[in-house]
Design a protein around this ligand. Structure first.
Ligand code: EPZ
Length: 419
């Protein structure tokens, strides 16, 4: 497992292209199984979750070529309807392959994804929806075995707007008989990108980005070419990198409208933001202002995937900020590590409300990344801290950022990666 060595104090400034979105490419790679043809996907982020997805596709029998930017998948000869327990353990979001496999083969053998650093991560909403569409589900020795003689469209109302459940239902319904109406659907931009990809294959999906999605099943899908949307969470992370170091950054190939929930809060913290068609510019204030109350919510609320990063920023604001994490029950493993750097953060008894008292300075320390976004938050804190910081556990960060150390170095950060 690699480490990041950071010497804090440099003001970051410069320009950065926003690469393809991790949370868009994963459901898209699960969808390629549906078309039994060729899928050409541009702007594929070169991250470890992409590599694990390629392994899953190859295990299923797909032929995959990837040059670090464009991926070509031939799924015409795919004939295996299972995902190995090892790969599920390596990447719990492999559960998104359930919908692609079920839609194509009408049977799937996949292990329970299990919890992770963020909490229990249940899958009850996924399984309940698939049963409603005619899937028989049994559990054996930690495996979920799904079989469906016929997949029939129906009305599915989600108890909560789960991103993964919305995506698995879209994939399962694409080739099902009849119409599936999904209400209380997740509205994340990645869902819209998935709809565009599925319709590019000849599916009939409408309404992504709203809370009602209608999928009319078609008989067959065909080859497709698609460019993945930019990663709004990576973009938000680099905006915070500039904000926390008192610098400025211009992001290109971004989608400003995807970032409004984040940029509106960065403005509240004192940053200057200017957005145009595909660029977002941020200039940090001389003094960061606290945010009285911030609650993470499903899109278009403030994204939970930016909670650790903005917590690092608010650790240096001049005043008290309160964050309420409403999506995951234990997205707080980065707090103890930030405290090692001198942050003054209290976790309320409910375990999901955090009181951040800004300090004048953070100091360098050896800290450990426990999950993807928590690791990014520790790197951001190291860039602003006085002295040297070592962030252990790079494998978490590599899951969702394409060489984060290179991006930050290009902006003037003093950071290096040691394998
Ligand atoms: C997706 O995870 C993202 N992952 C997460 O990003 C993101 O944090 C999350 O959506 C919320 O936006 C990918 O897209 C690969 P959910 P997902 O189902 O689909 C509960 C990152 O850092 N729930 O919307 O797993 C669940 O426990 C990652 O990039 C059920 O109760 O999230 C959670 O509390 C982390 N039953 C809430 O819903 C279910 O059947 C939101 O989960 C499913 C979910």
């Amino acid at each position: 497992m690699g480490v990041y060595h950071i010497s804090g104090g440099n003001k970051l400034s410069g320009q950065l292209r926003v690469y393809g979105a991790k949370n868009a490419i994963l459901p898209i790679l699960a969808s390629v199984i549906l078309n039994a043809g060729e899928s050409v996907i541009h702007n594929c982020p070169n991250i470890s979750d992409t590599c694990i997805s390629i392994k899953i596709l190859e295990d299923i029998g797909c032929k995959v070529a990837y040059d670090g930017e464009t991926m070509v998948v031939d799924s015409s000869v795919a004939d295996v309807c299972s995902v190995s327990a090892e790969l599920m353990r390596e990447m719990r979001s492999s559960f998104i392959f359930l919908g692609g496999l079920l839609g194509r083969f009408h049977k799937v053998n996949i292990s329970y994804p299990g919890g992770c650093e963020l909490g229990a991560r249940p899958i009850d909403l996924h399984l309940k929806a698939l049963k409603q569409m005619g899937t028989e589900i049994r559990e054996e020795h930690g495996f979920i075995i799904c079989e469906a003689k016929r997949l029939i469209g129906t009305h599915i109302n989600l108890d909560l707007p789960s991103v993964g459940a919305t995506e698995n239902i879209m994939l399962t319904a694409a080739l099902a008989e009849g119409e599936t109406k999904l209400t209380n659907a997740a509205k994340e931009p990645e869902i819209e990108d998935l709809e565009a990809f599925l319709n590019g294959m000849g599916a009939d999906v409408r309404g992504a980005g709203t809370d009602t999605i209608v999928i009319r099943g078609v008989k067959k899908l065909h080859s497709v070419e698609h460019t993945v949307m930019p990663d709004r969470i990576a973009a938000g992370t680099f905006l915070v990198a500039a904000a926390i170091t008192g610098g400025k950054v211009l992001l290109t190939e971004a989608r400003p409208e995807h970032l409004y929930p984040v940029t509106s809060r960065l403005i509240e913290a004192g940053c200057k933001i200017a957005s145009e068609d595909s660029t977002v510019y941020l200039e940090a204030p001389t003094e960061l202002r606290p945010i009285e109350f911030l609650r993470t919510r499903p899109h278009p609320g403030f994204p939970t995937d930016m909670q650790p990063q903005i917590m690092s920023l608010l650790s240096l604001a001049q005043g008290v900020s309160i964050i309420s994490e409403t999506v995951f029950e234990s997205r707080s493993k980065h707090i103890a590590e930030l405290r090692r750097m001198g942050a003054d953060i209290i976790v309320a008894p409910d375990g999901t409300t955090f009181i951040i008292k800004g300090v004048r300075k953070l100091h360098g320390a050896t800290v450990e990344s426990k999950d993807l976004r928590g690791g990014a938050a520790l790197i951001l804190a190291g860039l602003a801290a006085e002295g040297d910081t070592t962030v252990l556990g790079s494998k978490h960060v590599e899951r969702g950022y394409d060489q984060i150390e290179k991006s930050l170095k290009d902006l003037g950060g003093n950071i290096r990666y040691e394998a």
